[in-house]
Design a protein around this ligand. Structure first.
Ligand code: NAP
Length: 324
């Protein structure tokens, strides 16, 4: 079997496959109904297909995503590189309040991540929020303390805010950045990717399929299922205009697929950027995962294909899929 290329995750030295698996949707809320047995099948299939990096968070499905990953890891923890996150629970940016306002509380919070994951260490713990006040220092100090205790191998932050990233990494001790990047959102190419390369930060790319838009399966008339937050792209007039604009780009991109699926082209594009360590598309079903894995095994995009993509979304251009 051809193996998925492995890359070193920044200063952590941890080796991860260039394709990982995002586990937000399997939490079972916000992306519509997902059955646990299907989610467990997706995680096992990912492992069998050679993926070693899995991204989750305390808030995905109210902890259910972490619990499912913990279940899937039983008896084979060493096969998994686990990235998880902490920060949104109890956070109120307007009132400037965080549940983690002391190092002790932050450490106790990560211990809950560990408990749900049913493991004694997390490979990469990430701050899920990017607000300097009130607790950025608490997160950094807490993560470093946990590192010293061997409960965490490396730490990083999830943000698209360049100033915040620089503040978080001021001592240059962070190992990773998680960021939204795709053919529709090339904004990190301007300032952030040159910075991550210079500072040896491993980059985890979320949203490489732009939440499914870049698979080409949506139309202007798509109805998202019950409990699927993407329905707001249709219901909110401003968001609908943005969605239509994205769909127009998707139509142009379809001319470049050249025997691949559009989703595979989108994932290949992301993994090819020299700043990117691992792309973490989500997958709700094994069939989606199998398609996505093929993207990691295809020959690279040609210079001509890259140029045609630049004509559709120029370098550094596009729009943030996520506000954060
Ligand atoms: N740090 C943060 O704040 C943050 C924010 C967002 C995401 N993330 C992380 O990044 C991961 C991935 O991001 P994402 O889930 O937003 O977006 P994404 O990877 O761009 O899109 C994933 C979704 O696209 C659909 N899909 C995937 N493969 C497909 C295929 N082959 N064919 C058709 N549809 C397919 C699936 O949903 P449907 O079948 O329902 O369309 C899937 O849930 C998340 O799971 C999470 O781990 C982190």
């Amino acid at each position: 079997m051809v193996e998925i290329e492995k890359r070193v995750l920044g200063k952590s030295g941890i080796e991860v496959t260039k394709l990982g698996l995002g586990l937000w949707a399997i939490g079972g809320d916000q992306w519509g109904v997902v059955e646990d047995h299907e989610s467990l099948d997706v995680i096992s299939a990912a492992l069998d297909l050679g993926i070693n990096f899995f991204d989750t968070a305390d808030v995905y499905g109210g902890g259910h995503s972490e619990e499912l990953l913990g279940k899937a890891m039983q008896g084979r923890r060493d096969k998994f590189i686990v990235g998880t996150k902490i920060g949104w629970l109890g956070f109120d940016g307007e009132k400037v309040v965080s549940a983690y306002d002391t190092v002790e509380k932050l450490v106790a919070g990560v211990e809950s991540n560990l408990k749900r994951l049913d493991t004694d260490y997390i490979d990469v713990i990430q701050s899920h929020i990017d607000f300097r006040e009130p607790t950025m220092e608490v997160f950094i100090e807490g993560f470093q303390k946990l590192q010293g205790q061997g409960k965490v191998r490396a730490y990083g932050v999830s943000t698209s805010n360049f100033e915040y990233l620089q503040a978080f990494n001021a001592e240059n001790r962070a190992s990773t950045l998680q960021i939204d990047y795709s053919i529709l959102n090339r904004t990190p190419e301007k300032e952030i990717f040159p910075y991550t390369i210079e500072n040896d930060l491993g980059v985890l790319v979320r949203g490489p399929l732009a939440m499914g838009i870049l698979t080409g399966k949506f139309t202007k008339d798509t109805e998202f299922g019950e409990g699927d937050f993407r329905q707001r792209w249709i219901d909110n007039e401003d968001e609908y205009q943005v969605f239509l604009n994205d769909l127009a780009k998707v139509e142009k991109l379809k001319a470049l697929t050249n025997g691949r699926t559009l989703g595979q082209l989108a994932i290949q594009f992301v993994m090819a950027h020299p700043a990117v360590t691992v792309a973490i598309p989500g997958a709700k079903r094994v069939s989606q995962l199998e398609q996505n894995v093929k993207a990691a095994l295809l020959p690279p995009l040609t210079a001509e294909e890259r140029q045609l993509i630049d004509e559709i979304t120029p370098q550094g251009g596009g729009r943030k899929i996520w506000p954060a």
